[in-house]
Design a protein around this ligand. Structure first.
Ligand SMILES: C[S@@+](CC[C@H](N)C(=O)[O-])C[C@H]1O[C@@H](n2cnc3c(N)ncnc32)[C@H](O)[C@@H]1O
Length: 180
């Protein structure tokens, strides 16, 4: 008679992560990565880019944990909780392709933390966002800047880092720009 080891029996009984669990893992990874990045940038000077205001949840987190930082927020629309609306002079409204190109020139080498959260359920959209941010963001980054993203990026001059301990793999992406 064929004996199946207990750990394999467990594996066979475990379903694929559900939509609910995938959302939970992604939010958990996002929260852990942001906390790690806040410690990494510490008191280093520099501005923050928040790409994808959405409902304003991660913007609220950034402004709460990085008081005093200049946080520039990108989105094509304002659809956030009313109390999470960024100040008008920090809100870069419009298509990210246009706004990020202009902002990268304006803030060349000054961004110490960039958080990109532009993904959706559409594969074509996500591929386009990955390519666009990968192409346009690097000139804005300060030496040693941290980039967090919900989508994989290919940033010239930056290296991919492992996710912080305890984070489930492949749910978020972390990069560090090269040193000066
Ligand atoms: C996943 S949501 C961001 C969630 C947000 N970080 C939060 O925590 O509430 C993605 C956002 O990216 C924005 N977005 C997607 N494609 C864009 C584009 N081409 N230009 C500007 N914004 C875009 C959408 O409007 C949406 O608000």
């Amino acid at each position: 008679m064929l004996m199946i080891p207990a750990d394999l029996q467990m594996e066979a009984a475990m379903p694929e992560p559900t939509r609910l669990e995938r959302l939970l893992f992604r939010l958990e990874a996002q929260h852990r990565c942001l906390g790690w990045a806040f410690r990494e940038i510490g008191n280093r000077p520099g501005i923050v880019f928040e790409m994808g205001l959405g409902h304003g949840r991660t913007y609220d987190h950034l402004r709460s944990y990085l008081p005093g930082r200049d946080i520039y927020v990108f989105d094509r629309e304002v659809d956030c909780f009313a109390d999470c609306t960024p100040p008008a002079d920090r809100l870069l409204l419009g298509d990210i392709g246009d706004r990020l190109a202009a902002a990268a020139a304006r803030f060349a080498g000054q961004v110490v933390l960039a958080h990109s959260d532009l993904g959706s359920y559409g594969e074509a959209h996500n591929t386009a966002m990955s390519a666009l941010v990968s192409r346009l963001l690097p000139p804005a980054l300060a030496p040693g800047a941290i980039v967090l993203s919900d989508l994989p990026l290919d940033l010239a001059g930056a290296q991919s880092l492992p996710l912080p301990a305890g984070t489930r793999e492949d749910r978020y992406f972390v990069y560090r720009n090269g040193a000066a």
